[in-house]
Ligand binder design. Structure first.
Ligand code: GLV
Ligand code: MN
Ligand code: MN
Length: 416
């Protein structure tokens, strides 16, 4: 092995202590480093310190992305890049994003130990607010860096308390001055936990990721009429809670029907009722919709069916439903040439591997717009559960993924 598996695991566990919490109901410990909170800032400062100790030249850009650069023998050549994110969902685990950042750091540390200087520079990054659960849109920092989102749009996003993203970035001391737009890199490779059951079920050591499916996120404001729960006859109600329940069932049925392909997924993960009291019919409910589909045409048809369902519910229940699209990406294919290099290194190490499309969004899908990109998936335990404190992998599985990352990055960094 070129990498140090114990150091990788120790560093992952050290990072997991920042923002750690114990779930009161299950007693499990999870990670909450929601983007641009104090815990995220503490994690950022720790990882930046590790970048510095590894001899990287570190810069922070204007959207808060942090990039560490290791010089190459031909330093003017386009760098090879790796990384991921260290923010988490509020109910996260130790691996989502962190494995990609700490894995890239382990590659740099191992190159330092071996005294290897690659032809091209190597850059490792953690991107701001990949998760998107605070400011409403995912892959925020990498989307700005790669040109899908304008900087001012990102900085002006607000969270559910009305706090502005740009102000929060400044508050935690991470509104940097470096140019945020990335010029084309030579290649980008990201290692990430799979976050699903496929690799473990097929008894695979690792996965080669062929791309990411389409994502469509919406925030809905459903308005009806508030009323007393005990005195208001059912026939006189305009209850936005009922509208949301009906929409949720309709989307679930759509996704299960097969009418939008076998892989359609629909989730309503957030409902906030106002005033949110046991004996009051709510006046409004704010809720979210997350649609995923690997087929762009099927996704477009699903979005049209969702719009029709909304119109029908508005009519039937005499409520109004405002819809705002908060994130939208088509399916992103990864570069076959980078996938082939990754697979070859897996073969050379005697590892069983499968190729799969990612169900989750990743920073790599943004980087794919600026350079040849692919990902390495590491299987998780417990059917790959993720966005949950039970998210778990093994030291050996993580080490395999990062060993392949090392070999892949070195090969790409030696290319002409
Ligand atoms: C990212 O975690 C996603 O929601 O896919
Ligand atoms: Mn992630
Ligand atoms: Mn995630």
């Amino acid at each position: 092995m070129c990498i140090d598996a114990d150091r990788l695991w120790d560093t992952l566990l050290k990072l997991a202590r920042i923002g750690a919490y114990v779930d009161a109901r299950t007693g499990l410990s999870g990670v909450n480093r929601l983007a641009l909170t104090d815990a995220d800032a503490d994690g950022r400062r720790q990882v930046m310190a590790w970048f510095g100790e590894a001899g990287l030249e570190v810069r922070v850009d204007r959207v808060g992305n942090v990039i560490g650069r290791r010089a190459g023998r031909f330093d003017h050549l386009a760098p090879v890049m790796s990384g991921s994110h260290i923010d988490s969902v509020p109910t996260g685990g130790a691996f989502d994003g962190a494995l990609g950042v700490i894995g890239a750091l382990e590659v740099v540390r191992s190159l330092n130990d071996a005294g290897v200087v690659t032809r091209r520079p190597i850059e490792i990054a953690f991107f701001t607010d990949e998760e998107g659960c605070r400011f409403g849109t995912d892959m925020l920092g990498s989307a700005v860096a790669c040109g899908r989102l304008p900087l001012d749009v990102a900085l002006d996003l607000t969270d559910k308390h009305g706090l502005r993203m740009g102000d929060e970035l400044a508050r935690i001391g991470f509104q940097g001055e470096a140019e945020e737009r990335l010029t084309p890199r030579h290649a980008y490779v990201e290692v990430h936990i799979e976050q699903g059951p496929v690799l473990a079920a097929a008894e695979m050591d690792l996965g080669v990721v062929s791309g990411v499916q389409g994502i469509s996120w919406w925030e809905l404001t459903v308005r009806g009429r508030s009323a007393h729960a005990g005195t208001t006859p059912m026939s006189l109600r305009r209850d936005p809670g009922v509208a949301v329940a009906r929409l949720h069932l309709a989307l679930d049925a759509m996704a299960r029907s097969g009418r939008f392909g076998p892989e359609m997924r629909a989730t309503m993960g957030r409902y906030d009722a106002h005033p949110g009291l046991v004996n009051v019919v709510p006046s409004r409910v704010i809720c979210t919709v997350d649609l995923r589909n690997p087929d762009d045409d099927q996704m477009a048809r699903a979005e049209a069916a969702f719009a029709e369902e909304v119109a029908t519910i508005e009519r039937d229940l005499q409520v109004t439903i405002e819809r705002e699209q908060t994130a939208r990406t088509d399916r992103v294919p990864f570069a076959p040439v980078v996938q082939a290099i990754i697979a070859r290194h897996m073969d050379a190490l005697g590892l069983r591997h499968a190729t799969l499309l990612s169900g989750a969004g990743h920073d790599a899908q943004e980087l794919a717009a600026v350079c040849p990109t692919a990902m390495i998936f590491v299987p998780g335990l417990h059917e790959g559960i993720s966005h949950n404190p039970r998210e778990m992998s093994t030291p050996a599985a993580c080490a395999r993924g990062v060993e392949v990352l090392y070999r892949t990055l070195v090969e790409l960094a030696e290319e002409g």
